[in-house]
Design a protein around this ligand. Sequence first.
Ligand SMILES: NC(=O)c1ccc[n+]([C@@H]2O[C@H](COP(=O)([O-])OP(=O)(O)OC[C@H]3O[C@@H](n4cnc5c(N)ncnc54)[C@H](OP(=O)(O)O)[C@@H]3O)[C@@H](O)[C@H]2O)c1
Length: 195
Amino acid sequence: MRYGEAYPLESTWKAMEHCVELGLTKHIGLSNFNSKQILHIIKNGKIRPAVLQCESHPYMTQEKLIKFCKDEGITFTAYSPLGSRDRPWAKSDDPSLFDDSYLKDIAKAKNTSIANILIRYQVQRGVTVLPKSTHKDRIKSNLEVWHFELSDEEMRHVGSLNRNWRACLPTVRLADGSIVSRDDKHSFWPFKEEF
Ligand SMILES: NC(=O)c1ccc[n+]([C@@H]2O[C@H](COP(=O)([O-])OP(=O)(O)OC[C@H]3O[C@@H](n4cnc5c(N)ncnc54)[C@H](OP(=O)(O)O)[C@@H]3O)[C@@H](O)[C@H]2O)c1
């Protein structure tokens, strides 16, 4: 099978269900699926997905997808919650959460880091969150989100920063030098749906 051809999602899910039956894993989940694709798995599978892992941060809040997951009893996990700062395909004019004036102000007012505001935002709205760091001190400090709270107004304000901007849209450079999306021609490309 060549890249870009569509191997049926339900066949892959069936193989994952088999792993549960064999006792190789307790739970199975999805990543980068939209709501229609998730419903397809629920309808055609025996085991419901336990979790959906998707990009989320204040510039990509995913309100609708998170509500959909809550209604379906699926745990939502936010990946790239800090905006995936070290992504290789970053462009110089991409927005940066770490330069956001509101996030800077609120971090200063609470005597914490912008990273911790971004992590606390997800925790406080009931989303599991997956920040990454290659530095031991940051891995430790990224856990320090339990000594402060965001008020309802602050939560609303952070959520209002949404601009449906995805950090995680990998690109490739073609032989002619042009840079194009790596995956958007794939028949299962999930991001053409609203959520
Ligand atoms: N399922 C998927 O399709 C998918 C896609 C993307 C990512 N993920 C997963 O999600 C996790 C996180 O995503 P990500 O790595 O893209 O993005 P991220 O966690 O949003 O950002 C990681 C970047 O933030 C920096 N950072 C971490 N803590 C910081 C702090 N306290 N202050 C300032 N900068 C800080 C890191 O630098 P240092 O390392 O220098 O600290 C790194 O450059 C990873 O485990 C990844 O595997 C999953």
